[in-house]
Design a protein around this ligand. Structure first.
Ligand SMILES: N[C@@H](CCC[C@H](N)C(=O)O)C(=O)O
Length: 417
């Protein structure tokens, strides 16, 4: 995949040097430069959406009334050529998704089978799932649907809905709008883009009733499954079952065991045995938790339909619920995931869970359905045409990636350096 630009810090000033543009930037953490390694580009040619810094993107969000900013010519995300699927790859703490603009239809533009191919990390784009931005239902602004990388459709995705909010803000070219109402399989979810670009999400209430999680594990008097015993391949685990719309099995360790050391777990070996356990009729996501303090947890996850991922938002929410119910923590916790930390609060007043974390663009891409080898002229004319060698296919290092006789073009937006 070609890298069109690299920067992770606020843009200060563009400096023209020969046939490339170099942007010097600095942040509290580092100093960096960005090089656009293609000729004859001028600063006007850099589309406003080609966000060169996270903070620049963040600063486009204000507290004022929603305001549409007209842009011309048509932006990448407005493109609708027949035969092309335009997408944006996002990640939330390394939990990565292909975001598809599906606002004109309530039918996903990609089938579950195609989603499996797109998510393939060797033969496809590579992602933990495909997310569709669709028209709202029941008075909501939008509907979010998602396919896991195995093609199954979960009810909800926490990291995904943060990416969804950032995607919508970009699609709608919104300046100043902070929150959206999103219909999901888990009901109403309300993400709010914050000033710093992070997204806080009202994830609603956890579901503890065993039959609704669902789990067949014997329930307590109040119908919940808290610190119950689950046998997995000869080991008895203590588990608490929580649904965030999607099912979660949270464990702080085996019966009689010490505080779990999550780095020592062989997730690929034990994860599938939880996921497909007969006690979970809809399969389950499983969170393995190490307790650092009453407000700090470490989590590794085996996701239903996606395997070991770098983060799981609904899993982190379910974890804090389980941690509170089992008496390990207070209601406000930092949950460290392999991809980074999430802030989770289970608020006593409304019983809702609030998740705060980042969502970032990885790259923009277009996938051809035609199977033809030539590049798209329209793509070539596009202001996201950077870098031209990608589209012109003149550079062996930047040639389009083949995907089952389909073409894939990508433009990396920003890369940490
Ligand atoms: N990674 C997501 C959860 C995605 C759905 C999950 N694999 C399931 O099948 O329930 C998150 O961040 O919540």
């Amino acid at each position: 995949m070609a890298i069109a630009a690299t920067i992770s810090v606020p843009l200060t000033s563009p400096i023209r040097r020969r046939n490339s543009l170099i942007f010097a930037g600095s942040s509290s953490s580092s100093s960096s430069t960005v090089r656009l390694s293609f000729p004859k580009y001028n600063i006007a040619g850099l589309c406003p959406r080609f966000r060169i810094s996270a903070s620049a993107a963040a600063s486009s969000m204000s507290t004022q009334a929603p305001q549409k900013v007209s842009t011309a010519p048509t932006s990448f995300l407005d493109r609708r050529e027949a035969g092309f699927l335009h997408f944006v790859k996002y990640h939330g703490l390394g939990n990565d998704f292909i975001l598809v603009d599906n606002r004109d239809s309530s039918e996903p533009r990609v089938t579950p089978e195609q989603a499996v191919k797109l998510c393939d990390r060797n033969f496809g784009i590579g992602a933990d799932g495909v997310i569709f931005a669709m028209p709202g239902i029941d008075g909501t602004d939008y509907t979010m649907r998602i396919f896991n990388s195995d093609g199954s459709e979960p009810e909800m995705c926490g990291n995904g809905v943060r990416c969804f909010a950032r995607f919508i803000a970009e699609l709608e070219n919104l300046n100043g709008r902070h929150s959206f109402t999103v219909h999901t399989g888990a009901g109403l979810i309300v993400p709010e883009i914050l000033e710093d670009g992070k997204v806080r999400v009202d994830m609603g209430e956890p579901i503890l009733k065993a039959s609704d999680v669902p789990t067949k594990l014997p329930a307590n008097k109040d119908q919940s499954v808290i610190k119950s015993e689950l046998d997995v391949d000869g080991v008895t685990w203590n588990v608490t079952c929580v649904s965030m719309g999607n099912p979660h099995c949270v464990t702080f360790g085996a019966k009689g065991g010490q505080n779990l050391q999550v780095d020592e777990l062989d997730l690929a070996k034990i994860g599938p045995n939880f996921e497909h356990h007969e006690m979970f009729p809809a399969r389950t996501n499983t969170e393995f938790i190490q307790v650092f303090s009453r407000s700090h947890l470490k989590m590794r996850v085996w996701e239903r339909g996606a395997g070991a991922t770098l983060a799981c938002g609904t899993g982190a929410c379910a974890t804090v619920v389980a941690a509170v119910l089992e008496g390990h923590t207070e209601r406000n916790c930092t949950v460290d995931l392999p991809g980074g930390p999430l802030q989770i609060e289970w608020r006593e007043e409304d019983n809702h869970i609030y998740m705060t974390g980042p969502a970032e663009v990885v790259f923009y891409g277009s996938k051809s359905h035609t199977g033809t080898a030539q590049h798209s002229p329209s793509l070539q004319n596009h202001r996201f045409k950077a870098p031209p060698p990608l589209c012109a296919n003149t550079n062996p290092n930047t040639s389009p990636t083949r995907l089952s006789n389909h073409l894939l073009y990508g433009t990396v937006e920003e890369v940490q350096i």
